[in-house]
Design a protein around this ligand. Structure first.
Ligand SMILES: Nc1ncnc2c1ncn2[C@@H]1O[C@H](COP(=O)(O)OP(=O)(O)O)[C@@H](O)[C@H]1O
Ligand SMILES: [Mg+2]
Length: 111
């Protein structure tokens, strides 16, 4: 069973079908590059995968460890072990690498 499966993912925006039946299997330990021209739908696929585009807003199915994933927000996918790290404009120069990686999720106690 793949670690992560995308099955027939379709995503429509007003005036544009961004994703049209995308399927993808990810096995443990694999590294993938998702390549395509500007507007091909790469960001949209990743947003489906991590709950930024919530379940119900796309067609098809995301399966994680064999179970249907019904992410309604980024926090849901993060709780399942999926992390989205944006390439640009997301770093705080004054913080360490570790602090940047844990931005908003810093280990803390008593608030
Ligand atoms: N929030 C949005 N509203 C309307 N159209 C969108 C939205 N996000 C993406 N699109 C459209 O979906 C298509 C795929 O975009 P995107 O996933 O950003 O492509 P990529 O990341 O490969 O450059 C494009 O036609 C884009 O204009
Ligand atoms: Mg993009």
């Amino acid at each position: 069973m793949p670690l992560l499966e995308l099955r027939g993912i379709t995503k429509d925006f007003p005036g544009a079908r961004a994703l049209d039946g995308v399927s993808l299997d990810l096995e443990p330990g694999e590294v993938h590059a998702l390549c395509g021209e500007n507007g091909a739908g790469k960001s949209t696929l990743i947003k489906v995968l991590c709950g930024v585009h919530p379940v119900g807003s796309y067609g098809g199915e995301v399966r994680l460890r064999g179970e249907t994933a019904r992410f309604r927000a980024l926090a849901d996918s993060e709780a399942s072990g999926i992390a989205l790290i944006a390439q640009e404009l997301a770093l705080v120069p004054g913080l360490s690498v570790a602090e940047n990686l844990l931005l908003g999720r810093e280990p803390r106690r008593w608030g």
